[in-house]
Design a protein around this ligand. Sequence first.
Ligand code: PGA
Length: 250
Amino acid sequence: MRRNLLLGNWKQNTTRASALELLGGLKAELEKSPTKTELGVIPPALFIDLAIGQQYTSCFAVGIQNISKTVKGAFTGEIGADMAASAGVKYALVGHSERRAYFNESPEDLAGKLMRCLENNLIPVYCVGEELSDRKTGNYLNVIDAQIKAVLFGLNTKDLNNIIVAYEPIWAIGTGETASAEQAQEVHAFIRNLLANKFGASGSDISILYGGSCKPSNSEELFSQPDIDGGLIGAAALNAQDFIAIANSF
Ligand code: PGA
């Protein structure tokens, strides 16, 4: 269901001590500047438990950065969707460009991860985005089209009610370079149309987040676009003040 949502992807950052400090900072910022926006933090898996404690449940939901495409068994190092769900996790990132690029995750892998999420009532946040070269040659909508079709078009219409999409242009991730509000809006509208044509109302009613150097100075303009429902925030999510300032810019 379409709603405003802000997720903070901590990536491979924080230690136990700094994770606790960041969680405490977020709670303190929220007390100073309460927000109506639904929030989620996505810490490293080891620290998920810290974020699920009772004192935080009213502040934010918790996500996981990666889950296994398999159900269970002899897969050393993997974390299953059932494990994450049983630990109180609500969201799981699927298809983040860093996982696609550095861990060679294929569309088949991503489809498996997505299914494991849906089977376990985790909400997958399916990430798509083009390289700078695709942006420059004007091929970017074809890339997005292929990424959406390869993984989401195999789903049932009712599954669409339980997933979130994030548009994250690779050239804007961690680079300080943000897509302009118009560039982001164009792709968000494209994704919504694609899903609406395939899945009807369930497709058009999906939440689509923007990610890529989103920060307090540009979030308001991005979130004011008709098809941008929120953000998937990297660097700025590691600063409690910035993250809550972004949450208050809807
Ligand atoms: P960034 O990361 O905000 O640091 O660009 C976004 C993301 O990768 O989700």
